[in-house]
Ligand binder design. Structure first.
Ligand code: F6P
Ligand code: MN
Length: 352
């Protein structure tokens, strides 16, 4: 067996952060719990059907109407159990309709998607866990109120990807995003990339284009222009990737740039897209911004949005800052979007 590289592990990174700012000791404690639960998750996910029918439907749905899989519920229980020894006062989870009160003496709250991308479980495609750690609000009226803060208030956030490697992406309010990879032999996460930068060179977009006909015109115009490549106004050939797991698309974009879009659309219930602000958009936006990228709801920064409810959805666009900015221009400047759409000529003709 090969020697384990003597690079920094997640535990010593947390120790360093606490040395720099002792107020982060509670946050670090929660992150240690997340690390331990993620290792257990990685073990059981890698066994797949050998462990049990992880991808089987339970016949129940979550608050959003998604069918719950065995692994969704298992993951939810596993993370909540892990938080029990840490100062977590309450948890909001995609799998729970109401906030779950844990330690009344705690001073932190956690919002999480315990199992992101669950339609991919049986297909052996990357899935993940997304987490967001917030401080409690002093004068909050009931547990829900603690969660209705903007993403800027996150103390730390990130996600785990259970893929060919199990990776942990994490950022604190101060400091750049960090990427760790689980060394199964040592049962600990080792730092793989310190301060990834979301590059602007890679022209790759991620969107579920089967929803094209339901999108608003500015989104249609932007994607039309990407498809036109060097023949269109963007003068650049794009490639397309869509995994169906937010964590997998976010990880790829952190490492090599590109853009992700899940806009609102005209399907019933999809006015604000599909992804949830508290435990999907906010943590992803947090790590993307700390890696030099951007995240918006097509127009405004995700991290400035005040949540209206714990399970509120939000249109989500994130990735390379220049391309995310371009999407904002398609939305805020109708002239820009009309002139940039490759169908401009045709539309002009139709107007005659
Ligand atoms: O959690 C929601 C999610 O599974 C994301 O991981 C993913 O990006 C998205 O939904 C896929 O949605 P759709 O199936 O509509 O393409
Ligand atoms: Mn999800």
């Amino acid at each position: 067996m090969q020697k384990i590289a003597e690079t920094e592990d997640f535990a010593s990174y947390l120790d360093q952060m606490v040395t720099l700012d002792p107020r982060l000791s509670g946050t670090a404690c929660v992150l240690r719990a997340i690390e331990a639960a993620a290792i257990e998750m990685s073990d059981l996910i890698s066994l797949g059907r050998l462990y049990g029918q992880l991808g089987a439907s339970r016949g129940s749905t979550n608050t959003d109407g998604d069918v719950q899989k065995e692994l969704d519920v298992l993951a939810n229980d596993l993370f909540i159990d892990a938080f029990k020894g840490s100062p977590v006062a309450a948890v909001v989870s995609e799998e729970l309709s109401e906030p779950l009160v844990l330690d009344p003496a705690g001073h932190l709250v956690v919002a999480m998607d315990p199992l992101d991308g669950s339609s991919n479980i049986d297909a052996n495609i990357s899935i993940g866990t997304i987490f967001s750690i917030l401080p409690m609000i002093a004068d909050a009226n009931g547990p829900e109120a603690h969660f209705l803060q903007t993403g800027r208030m996150q103390l730390a956030a990130g996600f785990v990807v259970y893929g060919p490697q199990t990776s942990l992406v994490c950022a604190f309010e101060s400091g750049p995003t960090q990427i760790f990879i689980l060394d199964h032999r040592a049962r600990r996460f080792i730092r793989a990339v310190s301060g990834p930068v979301v590059g602007t060179e890679y022209a790759e977009y991620a969107v579920n284009s089967s929803n094209y006909r339901y999108w608003d015109p500015p989104v249609q115009a932007f994607i039309d222009d990407c498809v036109q490549g060097t023949d269109g106004p963007l003068k650049r050939n794009y490639n397309m990737r869509w995994t169906g797991s937010l964590v997998a698309d976010a990880y790829r974009i952190l490492l090599r740039g590109g853009i992700f879009l899940y806009p609102g659309d005209q399907r019933t219930g999809y006015k604000d897209g599909r992804l949830r602000l508290l435990y999907e958009a906010n943590p992803v936006a947090f790590v993307v911004e700390r890696a030099g990228g951007r995240a918006t709801n097509c127009v405004h920064p995700i991290l400035d949005i005040v949540p209206s409810a714990i399970h509120a959805r939000v249109p989500l666009v994130f990735g390379s800052s220049d391309t995310v900015e371009l999407v904002t221009r398609y939305h805020s400047d109708p002239q820009f979007s009309a002139e940039h759409a490759p169908l401009f000529g045709k539309r002009g003709l139709m107007r005659i």
